[in-house]
Design a protein around this ligand. Structure first.
Ligand SMILES: Cc1ncc(COP(=O)(O)O)c(C=O)c1O
Length: 370
């Protein structure tokens, strides 16, 4: 029996490389509150990502909630049901009403042609997701936002390092929010960041993530505690040294899957959405009626031979109990998203997955088709 394969496995550099960072923290005894590693990581990420301002967070969810607070978003926010629950949860936590709009079958991102019909006098913002790191149709979304005076906050949890022709995908909209959770392309155990367009916005966000403190005695906003600690920031700096290797391995696995699976009847590998630089953060396949067994049977069959895939995103956010009472959550409003949620399987993809293992996974899927 082969050893079990998991859908993902965090990248961890050699432990001894982390020790010098810990020694520095132990020596200077600064553990948090914007210490030296925090500042260094913000700077290093600006350079690596090609963006102007980065505000680090303890996780992506608090980043999303703080982004909403920083722009004082009220009322209804248009979003996608095809995402991780944190997207819509952040809206509920901030007191906004999520309004779900269906997705584009080719990218599985929010379909801009359906946004206008969902706008009401209460709508103040759009929260799209660059799902699986595939860029949204940022131009169409911005056009609608400009026409209706709406803010755009991108949930860019999957989009670390992704670039379009003009540079980082994270420059679009008013703000973009990253996640550095253990399962992400770039992880700091837990962590996240908001990409800010200017110094003033970053300053406001920095105040908000530290209880609203500006100095020892002045509090300017009802802030929260969402600061990244020094240990997470130090780990991020080390991870950045290994990011080229991580991306290269992910790309190699993506290529193996595409070569092996592209011609399998009933299996669709999600195409890229025109990005110039991809991050290969996930490998979703859609299992349709031309495949001899159902998506769930394939998922189980893989599990039986020690291959753990994930039905991601299933169930759809709009079908969870806290959302399904909202009128826009009705399945008849979201046919494409409901179909995708019932067809999708994300295959294992992570730097330590070997070419042999990736080929074996693909062959199991080919076998199921015969
Ligand atoms: C699309 C999306 N949004 C938000 C989040 C939340 O990020 P975090 O786990 O860092 O809070 C995640 C992942 O966890 C995600 O995949």
């Amino acid at each position: 029996m082969n050893k079990p394969i998991y859908v993902t496995q965090p990248y961890l550099p050699p432990l001894e490389e982390f020790t010098p960072y810990l020694e520095k923290i132990w020596a200077n005894k600064v553990l948090t509150n914007g210490g030296p590693f925090h500042q260094q990581l913000e700077q290093a990420l600006c350079e690596y990502l090609g963006v102007k301002h980065v505000a680090l967070f303890s996780n992506g969810t608090l980043g999303l909630i703080t982004a909403l607070q920083s722009l004082r978003i009220t009322g209804e926010v248009i979003t996608t049901p095809y995402s991780f629950v944190a997207t819509a949860h952040s809206l509920l936590w901030h007191g906004n009403k999520p309004v779900f709009v269906d997705i584009d079958p080719n990218t599985l991102n929010i379909d801009p042609s359906k946004i206008e019909a969902a706008i009401t006098p209460q709508t103040t913002a759009i929260m799209p997701v660059h799902c699986y790191g595939n860029p949204c149709d940022v131009v169409s979304i911005q056009k609608i936002a400009d026409n209706y005076n709406l803010r755009v906050i991108y949930d860019a949890a999957h989009a670390f390092g992704v670039k379009d022709e003009g540079g980082s995908i994270l420059r679009h909209g008013d703000l973009s929010v990253l996640s550095f959770h253990a399962t992400k392309v770039f992880n700091t155990f837990e962590g996240g960041a908001i990409i800010c367009p200017d110094e003033k916005t970053k300053q406001r966000i920095d105040h908000l993530k530290n209880f609203g403190f500006v100095n020892e005695t002045t509090v300017v906003a009802p802030g929260i505690n969402a600061k990244m600690s020094e240990i997470n920031a130090a780990f991020g700096l080390l991870q950045l040294k290994h990011i080229d290797h991580v991306m290269q391995r992910r790309r190699a696995i993506d290529t193996i899957y595409r070569n092996e699976l592209e011609a399998v009847p009933g299996i669709k590998c999600l195409p890229q959405a025109g990005q110039k630089v991809a991050n290969y953060s996930y490998f979703p396949i859609l299992v349709n009626e031309n495949y001899p067994i159902s998506r769930d049977d394939l998922y189980q069959k893989l599990k039986d031979v020690g291959i753990n895939s994930r039905r991601y995103f299933y169930p759809l956010i709009s079908n969870f109990s806290m959302y399904r009472g909202i009128s826009s959550a009705e399945p008849k409003n979201l046919p494409v998203a409901n179909t995708a949620a019932n067809q999708v399987i994300c295959l294992p993809i992570y730097p330590n997955l070997t070419d042999i293992e990736a080929t074996r996974i693909a062959k199991e899927i080919v076998k199921g088709a015969n």
